[in-house]
Design a protein around this ligand. Structure first.
Ligand code: ADP
Ligand code: MG
Length: 415
């Protein structure tokens, strides 16, 4: 008997749910696409292109819309002999400075044997090389910089759109399309960058459940065999997606997770139960990632709050978390942080969505204070905090929540 057998009962084409899949049509983005298309119209007219700034949270279709429109633009521009269009697409994830972006762009235009090193030149020299490459290429050049919020300085966002006006290039007509996942990025740009980059601004709002349903249905038609998905699967994935962040990527991931669970079980249909379990599994992954990224004191603060919450003490003020945190820090052989820094950790946990915060009024004396409580599944948190529990010891309150309590670590001398 073969060790590996094909299991194609659930999926027709699972790859259609993957990150790199580009759908042929985008659904539910008509208005944004119309605006975006209008902003690109000068290219077809043979005019100097607009600079475009696209922004919105992750997973709302910014990259997909850009790829979709630029594919069409490239096809349609071929009908006109007098336009020579070049598109350069660069994702800035992993790049931190204008310098790195500029060297990446120079190398995009150069042959493999003629690449420049990514360090060692003055910035001005790299820009000179870039202008030379752009002018050598000539015609209309659209430079797409995706996820520009990763770049720390905005020099390239000023230099590129202004290259022609500043007489850096004479031949090429350059348009910059900048895409940002970060809302505040635009507000932090200097006025001169804003006025050159943001000639055309297009905001992509989060998706609602109806949008997400249409997007998921389109993907499911390609990815799954007919009749494999129970009726409530797509609406449920869409509802979760809309509640979380209106992020299409996250919803598609959830659908794939549900499909995988069904496949692993060798069942014939994907059910709502698979979606719920899939969501828990994905959430577990996200939280694990969030918790792993915290510092040791972050973990100690979280452990302290968790035990107090289990004892029914939450919502609780920072100063009342403190004694237990201090105790845990001592047990872990760490110097406790000052109250203010400890509170910063509570705020960070709140930002990660692990802890909830309530503002309260101090009564007649005026002023407000904050109370904290866990906003997460205890088992889930504990599974991500095993190391801290090991270090501090097991608090009585968590014992029943741990599958297999290591006896040696029980904290019987506690308080
Ligand atoms: P962003 O760049 O805004 O973070 P993406 O463009 O990468 O988001 O979209 C995330 C995922 O959702 C991609 O797989 C994309 O193909 C899909 N997607 C987003 N919007 C749509 C849409 N309107 N129609 C179909 N698929 C979409
Ligand atoms: Mg993107």
């Amino acid at each position: 008997m073969a060790l590996f057998e094909r299991d194609h009962d659930i999926y027709r084409d699972r790859d259609a749910l993957r990150e790199d899949y580009q759908p042929e049509e985008l659904v539910g983005r008509d208005e944004e696409l119309r605006t975006y298309q209008g902003a690109l119209q000068p290219v077809i007219n043979g005019e100097q292109p607009n600079n475009v700034f696209l922004y919105g949270k992750t997973g709302v279709g910014k990259t997909a819309a850009t790829r979709y429109l630029l594919e069409h633009l490239k096809l349609d521009v071929a009908e006109y002999d007098d336009i020579d269009l070049t598109v350069v697409f660069s994702n800035c994830d992993g790049l931190t400075s204008s310098y790195q972006v500029a060297t990446r762009l120079v190398n995009e235009f150069r042959s493999e044997t003629n690449q420049i090193s990514t360090t060692g030149y003055p910035l001005g020299a790299v820009y000179e090389m870039l202008w030379d490459e752009l002018d050598d290429c000539g015609g209309t050049i659209l430079v797409v910089l995706d996820e520009i919020d990763h770049i720390d300085d905005d020099s390239i966002l000023y230099q590129l759109p202004r290259a022609r006006a500043n007489d850096k290039v004479a031949e090429a007509k350059i348009g910059l399309i900048g895409i940002s996942n970060d809302f505040s990025f635009r507000d932090d740009l200097s006025p001169k960058v804003k006025s050159s980059l943001c000639e055309q601004e297009i905001h992509f709002p989060a998706y609602n459940a109806t949008n997400l349903r249409a997007i998921l249905q389109q993907r499911a038609d390609v990815a799954f065999h007919d009749g494999v998905l129970n009726d409530e699967v797509i609406p449920l994935c869409a509802a979760y997606g809309a509640k979380d962040a209106g992020d299409a990527r996250q919803s598609i991931d959830l659908l794939m997770k549900a499909g995988d669970l069904a496949r692993d079980e060798d069942t014939e249909r994907v059910t709502a139960e698979h979606v719920r379990r899939g969501r828990r599994a994905l959430e577990r992954g996200r939280i694990k990632e969030g918790i792993t990224g915290l510092t040791e004191h972050g973990h100690l603060v979280l452990y302290a709050l968790l035990t107090l919450d289990l004892e029914g003490e939450a919502p609780i003020r920072s100063r009342d978390v403190r004694p237990r945190y201090t105790r845990f820090a001592e047990l872990a052989n760490r110097d406790p942080l000052v109250p203010r820094r400890m509170r910063d950790h509570l705020s960070e946990l709140a930002m990660l969505g692990i802890v909830s915060v309530t503002e309260r009024n101090e009564g007649r004396r005026g002023g407000t204070y904050r109370e904290y409580a866990l906003d997460m599944d205890v088992e889930l948190l504990l599974s991500a905090m095993a190391e801290t529990v090991e270090l501090v010891g097991m608090h009585d309150s968590i014992e029943e929540h741990v599958d297999d309590p290591p006896v040696s670590a029980t904290l019987d001398d506690f308080e």
